[in-house]
Write a protein that binds this ligand. Structure first.
Ligand SMILES: Nc1ncnc2c1ncn2[C@@H]1O[C@H](COP(=O)(O)OP(=O)(O)OP(=O)(O)O)[C@@H](O)[C@H]1O
Length: 549
């Protein structure tokens, strides 16, 4: 431990004690060394007894600086872990940081460029346009064509500071975890680990630029989202250069109204954009706070979003996406058995989970949601409640899903703020249904076959064994006594049969295509493709029917 890190540790302990955060740990969980710590710092008394826990934590984080402020902001989105009051307090943390010296910014930029700023840029403004915890933003114009750009540069020594704070956080989280016991729902070590991934991603600006380029390309023809152009030749780990944008911050409702923005359309586009990013592109902006989203100023009747700061992006596996879509559809069909099955099938909860108890718990939290009109139900809230319930059944944390749930909650909140009558279900349902239909239909099958072709040719020799194991598992499963399980198993069997037919048909079509491409006996290739197509039809028809898509 260096002198610097010891000083920082002292500062953290001092703040924790001054804000009485140690009081928040129940006395019976406090070991002797905790009390000793408190006695040895007897002059540091809790000066904030009058304030509630969440507020004290917020003030302490504010005092500890940017890394803790960002941590608090992230924590505020973990509503599956925190109570709503605590989350609301932490959400108020503001990331306002004084700018750093522009001479330092210049030196840093020139070090990355390997040349004086004037070699490539004119009109570099020494007064920053914005200054945040990780970086600072300056405006300039490109020497080559006069285009307006912004230069985003990392704060000096920010990596060192973040890593020092992270180390301390990790150690404190481990102590806390031991005190609280492993079964505790707060899981501090996991939360800090989650934060580490997020903040470390933000320390690499090149990564942010690459994400922005990808997202921009995904929406290049869209009238709903614009991502500023990145100048790749000037993008490095500590510096990126992008097109300057002008827009109204999305949180500035008064300005949006003043310019006559069609708020209904804007709100609907927000929800659509989210589902497009998740389900079509599998690449979604996961840091959607108001400072990162602007609204276009031209053509207010046909507004679009402008997205900045693509440091944190989320992706889901194909399987996660399918389970997620099914999850929503099952919820709106009030099919709680199906939801419970989905959590087990996907592996989010263990296979030996008590299905009946799980289904019951899901029903208890979901059913009251239908007391509201359908259009007021929030997808994010549904997911949040389902995750909270699943956690009680030891759901393994899925960081990608937590990221998704947070983004969804934010997008819906934003949509409602812009247009309180926003009908979330009507906006999202057609999208989900057509996605599911496409996935399960012939086009989706063809796409999957094409994508999986190299993998299947590799796995072809193992296929009979896999199919046999699969069927055997299904058969063993059927022996269960439970009535509910029986229903589930029948469905499983049907699904296995259908999968078996579909897999065999795919194999035959692939074999036929290989024979055809190698100019082998044509009749054999036609026969393979013909039989394959017939089996596919049979498999398709024998799918379990009570899945409503
Ligand atoms: N291309 C741009 N054009 C105009 N303004 C920009 C641009 N990029 C960033 N800004 C301004 O700089 C601010 C900070 O940018 P950005 O969010 O990218 O920084 P950050 O360090 O990642 O901040 P945080 O992580 O706290 O969101 C934005 O809120 C916006 O006001």
């Amino acid at each position: 431990m260096t002198i610097k890190s010891m000083r920082r540790a002292y500062q953290v302990v001092k703040t924790v004690l001054q804000y009485g955060l140690d009081d928040l740990i129940p006395a019976k969980l406090k070991p002797w060394y905790f009390r000793l710590l408190r006695w040895s710092f007897f002059w540091l008394t809790n000066q904030h007894k009058d304030k509630v826990g969440g507020e004290r934590l917020k003030l302490a984080m504010q005092e500890l600086g940017p890394v803790y402020i960002k941590f608090g902001q992230m924590l505020s989105t973990r509503r599956d872990l925190l109570s709503d009051e605590w989350a609301e307090e932490l959400a108020m943390l503001q990331d306002r940081v004084p700018p750093f010296d522009s001479a330092i910014a210049r030196a840093q930029i020139e070090a990355e460029l390997g040349a004086p700023i004037e070699t490539y840029f004119d009109n570099f403004d020494d007064t920053p346009l914005a200054s945040a915890s990780i970086s600072q933003v300056h405006t300039a114009t490109l020497k080559s064509n006069g285009e307006e750009v912004v230069l985003k540069v990392l704060r000096p020594n920010v990596e060192e500071k973040v890593h020092a704070d992270l180390l301390l956080m990790t150690q404190s989280a481990q102590v806390l975890e031991t005190l609280l016991g492993h079964g505790n729902r707060l899981r501090p070590a996991e939360v800090v680990e989650d934060y580490r991934t997020t903040i470390e991603g933000e320390l690499n600006l090149k990564l942010e630029a690459l994400n922005a380029i990808k997202l921009r390309n995904n929406f290049i023809d869209s009238g709903a989202l614009y991502i500023p152009k990145m100048y790749e030749e000037f993008c490095f780990t500590r510096l990126i250069v992008m097109e300057r944008i002008y827009g109204v911050p999305v949180s500035d409702r008064a300005a949006l109204e003043a310019q006559g923005t069609n708020l209904k359309l804007l709100a609907e586009r927000g929800v659509e954009l989210f589902f497009t990013q998740v389900f079509r592109d599998n690449f979604f902006h996961a840091d959607m706070h108001p400072g990162n989203i602007f609204v276009s100023t031209e053509h207010p009747e046909d507004p679009f979003y402008i997205g900045l700061d693509c440091g944190i992006m989320g992706t889901l596996t194909e399987q996660d996406k399918r389970y997620l879509a099914e999850n929503f559809l099952a919820f709106f069909n009030r099919d709680y058995t199906r939801i419970a099955q989905l959590y087990i099938e996907s592996g989010w909860v263990a296979a030996d989970t008590d299905l009946v108890a799980f289904e019951q718990a899901i029903k208890v939290v979901c059913e009251p949601m239908f007391n509201k009109p359908l259009d007021e139900i929030s997808f994010g809230h549904v997911l949040l409640e389902l995750f909270r319930t699943a956690r009680r059944f030891d759901m393994v944390v899925q960081p990608q899903l937590v990221l998704l749930e947070k983004t969804l909650l934010y997008i819906e909140g934003l949509g409602r703020q812009l247009y309180p009558q926003l009908d979330l279900w009507q906006t999202a349902k057609p999208f989900l249904e057509s996605w599911m239909a496409e996935q399960m239909g012939p086009l989706g099958m063809a796409k999957k076959i094409k994508k999986q072709f190299p993998y299947w040719t590799d796995k072809l020799p193992e296929l009979p064994e896999l199919v046999y194991d699969n069927l055997k598992m299904g058969k063993n499963f059927v022996n269960s006594q439970n009535q509910l399980l029986d229903r589930y198993l029948k469905q499983q069997q049907k699904a296995h049969k259908s999968n078996y037919l579909l897999i065999t048909s795919a194999v035959l079509v692939i074999c036929g295509s290989i024979l055809f491409s190698q100019n082998a006996t044509l009749w054999a290739s036609y026969a393979c493709i013909g039989i394959g197509a017939t089996l596919w039809l049979l498999g398709w028809r024998s799918r379990p029917k009570n899945r409503k898509f």
